[in-house]
Every structure is written in C-alpha cells, then in structure tokens.
Ligand binder design. Structure first.
Ligand code: ADP
Length: 495
C-alpha cells in the first residue's frame, strides 16, 4: 500500500502501543489484534489487546492524576493554553492524521483531512475557551428555621466529575475522541479513552499530540481493545462517568454496566433520520443535500438522512433527478479524490449492509438506483435508493449504516410529521422548504435532537448534538457538554 506521509509510515512501523500514565505500553498479556485497510482488506497494524488488567492500570493512572489535583487545580488559563495547543498541533499534523484515518477507516483522505481532523481541532479550540469561563452562582438562602439574625453566605461550585471512561466508535474515530476528550479536559477531568477495534490508530496518534501539547501523564489514557475492553471500563467501580457513542444495543449494555456504582452515563446512539422534501423546496439543492444526507461517510453516520419523504407533487421529478445523480457517484478507495463512495469499514459492515439490500428486495421494495456490492475485494457497495417501500419494512425502520436511503411519497404536512416521528430513534431530521413559516412549524414538531433546514450534517462545536428517544442520553458539544462533565456543589456558610 502506498503511504504519502513519513509520519504515518513511521507510526505504523513503530508497532503502535497504548497510552497509560504517560507511557506507551503493550497489553500485560502481550496479546495484540490486527486493524485492516478497508480498501484492500490488508492488515495495517497490530495493536495491544487491552484486557481488564490493563483497564485497571489505566483507571488507576487516571484516578491518581485526578486525585493529585494538578490538572483540576491548574490555573484555568494554563489549561486553556494546553488545550489550544492540542488544536494547533492537530492543524499542523492534519495531513498525517487525515491519511492515517483514511487508511484505518476507509474514508476519503481529503474529507478526513478537511472535515474530520479540522473539526476535531476546532472542537479542542472551542473547549479551550471554557476553563476561564466556568463559574458557579452566589445564592441568598432564606433558611426558615434559622435565627433571623443569623446571616449566611451561599454559593455553588462547578466541579469535574472525576475519572471519565470514553468509548468511541469507528465511523469518525478521531472526531468522536475529540468531542469527548476536549470538554472533559476543559472541565478538569481525567480520561480513559477506548477507541473502536476497527479503527484504533488515529486515537493513538492523538495521544502523541496530547503529550506534545503538555497534557500531564495520566490525565488522558488510551486503551485499545474490543467490546470486552469497553465492558471492563464501563463496569469499573472507580470510573465516575462513562460517555459512549455507538449502537443503541451496546448503549443499553453500558447502562446495565453502570449500575454497580451508579456512574454518570451519557449516550450518543443510533438513528434513522427523516429528510423531508416539501413541494416548495429548491429541488436541485434538495437533491444534492439529500444525497449528502445519506451518503456522507458512505452512510456510516448515526444522523444520516435515510428516510426521504418527498411531496407527491414533486415526487416523480425529485426521484428521477435523485436516481440520475446517485447513479453517477463514483465508488472507489479513499486515496482517490474522485471517489464519492468509499469502502465500508469492515467485512462485517459490508455483510450487514448487503443483508439489508437483500431484505429490502425480498420484502418487495424496488431498487431505484444501486443495490449491489461492487467488486470482490475491499468492502465496497453502491449508493442505493429504494422506492415502493412500506413503513414496516426493516429498510425503513432499522439503522443500516451504509449509503442506503428509502424514498417515500407524502401529501400533507401532518401526515409527514407523523411518519417522520414514527421511529424508535430521534437523532436528527432534515427539512427542505422555501417557506419560512413551514420550516419553523415543522422543526418544532419533529422529535429529534437536531433539525437541519435546507442543509444536512451541519455541525458546529458550539451547537449541542444528541438524541431524543433511543438515540441517547444527554447532549455533546456546546455548553451542554460542560454540563455532562461537571457536577455542582452547594456551599452554605453561617457567618
Ligand atoms: P458498531 O455496532 O457500530 O460497531 P458498537 O456499539 O458495537 O458499534 O461499538 C462502539 C464502541 O463500543 C466500540 O469501541 C466497541 O468496542 C465498544 N463496545 C462494544 N461492546 C461493548 C460493551 N459490551 N461494553 C462497552 N463497550 C463496548
């Protein structure tokens, strides 16, 4: 495989290891697992298979770093400078991080560099601004039972939660790590991060950057491993909080695992987002936005707009334009700038997506465009749009996590809102309309954590992201993530 970046070559040749207490270490057992290049199926690197004994070491290191108090007690403006420096280093190494992400995940190098890495850096930059702005309140208690002449001085302190386990998925490996590490650091917590087994590499390169930026030993630990490693972390009694992004199924296991010590839990889970195209939409923009909505990252995004509701008056025009445009999307490897659809992350994911393609056909839906695997090496599948589906079909109800959408016809606003809300999930939704009143009216009635109007996948570090219903608990990004990583202490003093 050809690798452009000298830094990436050196990183891969160095047998990447885990980060515990500021040291690069192997698993205690010496065991490793392989991570693959999805474009070819070749082994890219072997990384340590962290087990519960390694998790114990990482949690103990995070606990020591937290209890020692150096990180939380550090002057806020010093902590800001370190977090800002992480962002600067990510920008400096953007091409290396982007190439590594593409090699490990399969996504386009160009998109990984300008979207994933830049947004991850932006996230650190946004949270770098927070340490100097964390405040409590002063309160004026009435204290009914106290002597009326007794005065009190009461206030609240916003304090970190403690040791945070952060378990992230393979679809945006570096970005999901940044969404979690940045607010945790800004608020003075310590971290044990577990990247996904399919894509452990960019998190380890981020670990190098964190050390270079001056994050003290033990403040961020990175343990590589599989689901069992995550389970050891989420059930660990010395972990104060677990933040998870991944499947709804595993999210429920995390909730169970957290019961033992009632650690705080935040979850960003699956989705099956509606994307509604009204008759008054700018059709060309809606076609382009709809395609972006379900094919970005080859559809491997929890917020993907995969249920496309199109008004009857424009249904034929819209779906034929959609089919024509989707048919031109080039399927190819992440290192080809022409590739619009890059490989899925793994054989398992390919099997899952092709399984849904077959289920859709067997259930009687019609393939408007796409519908097949591409080639027989690498994990490629065509961008696919189904039509003539019914609401009970698995392709309409379940998260496919590939570039697959279903287009359905509607005739009135109430009807489409009911259809859009008919889901176990509630992560995101799209609306395409030129009618301002309709945009606000429908946005208010959709049961989703974020609604995009005349756009899709429109993220910002300052805007909260998370789900209604089984799409999760809590919101990441923005000021909301500060809430996730802090707790309030009330202090009341009799003067
Ligand atoms: P996907 O189905 O998209 O692969 P998962 O929810 O299985 O997503 O995985 C997301 C992350 O959760 C990965 O880092 C994975 O290793 C981890 N994980 C898997 N199973 C468990 C578990 N039982 N407990 C904690 N983490 C887990």
């Amino acid at each position: 495989m050809s690798i452009a970046s000298a830094k990436v070559k050196e990183f891969l040749n160095s047998s990447p290891r885990m980060l515990i207490d500021g040291e690069w270490v192997s698993a205690k057992s010496g065991q490793t697992f392989d991570t693959h290049n999805p474009a070819t199926g070749e082994v890219l690197a072997s990384v340590p298979l962290g087990a519960s004994e390694d998790v114990d070491l990482a949690v103990a290191a995070a606990r020591r770093a937290f209890d020692a108090g150096g990180w939380v007690a550090m002057r806020p403006n010093t902590r800001e400078k370190i977090i800002w420096r992480i962002a600067e280093l990510m920008d400096e190494y953007a091409a290396d991080l982007g190439e590594l992400e593409s090699l490990d995940n399969g996504k386009s190098v160009g998109i990984a560099t300008v979207a994933d890495v830049r947004f991850a850096a932006e996230c650190f930059r946004y949270y770098a601004g927070w340490p100097t702005k964390l405040t409590g309140t002063t309160n004026n208690p009435s204290m009914l039972l106290a002597d009326p002449s007794q005065e009190f001085h009461a206030y609240t302190r916003r304090e970190p939660v403690g040791v945070c386990a952060q378990i992230v998925p393979w679809n945006f490996p570096l970005l999901m790590a940044a969404w979690k590490i940045a607010p945790a650091l800004a608020t003075g917590n310590t971290v044990v991060l577990k990247p996904a087994e399919q894509t452990p590499l960019s998190a380890l390169m981020l670990g190098e950057i964190l050390l270079e930026a001056g994050v003290p030993a033990g403040v961020v630990n990175i343990v590589t491993g599989e689901g069992e490693t995550g389970a050891a972390l989420s059930s660990h009694d010395d972990v104060d909080k677990v933040a998870f992004t991944g499947s709804t199924e595993v999210g429920k296991l995390i909730v169970e695992a957290a019961r033992g010590n009632l650690k705080k839990v935040s979850l960003e889970l699956g989705g099956k987002s509606p994307n509604i195209v009204f008759a008054d939409a700018d059709i060309a923009a809606a076609v382009a936005g709809t395609i972006m909505g379900f094919t970005f990252n080859s559809g491997q995004a929890c917020e993907s707009g995969t249920r496309v509701y199109v008004h009857a008056d424009i249904y034929d025009e819209f779906t034929s334009a959609l089919a024509a445009a989707v048919g031109t999307l080039k399927v190819g490897p992440g290192n080809d700038p022409e590739s619009a659809i890059t490989p899925l992350v793994s054989q398992e994911q390919l099997d899952r997506v092709t399984g849904y393609l077959e289920a859709g056909k067997a259930d009687g839906a019609r393939v408007l465009v796409g519908g097949e695997r591409v080639g027989d090496s690498g994990y490629y599948v065509q961008a696919t749009v189904f039509v003539d589906a019914t609401p009970d079909m698995s392709i309409v109800r379940e998260e496919i996590f590939g570039p697959v959408a279903v287009a359905m016809k509607f005739t009135d606003e109430d009807e489409v809102i009911a259809s859009a809300n008919d889901s176990d999930y509630g992560l995101a939704a799209g609306i395409w309309t030129t009618n301002l009143s309709r945009a606000h009216r429908v946005a208010a009635r959709l049961k989703a954590g974020q609604v995009w109007v005349n756009t899709f996948h429109a993220f910002d570090a300052g805007l909260p992201f998370g789900g209604y219903r089984q799409s999760g608990w809590g919101r990441e990004l923005g000021a909301e993530s500060i809430e996730l990583y802090t707790q309030i202490k009330a202090v009341n003093i009799a003067l």
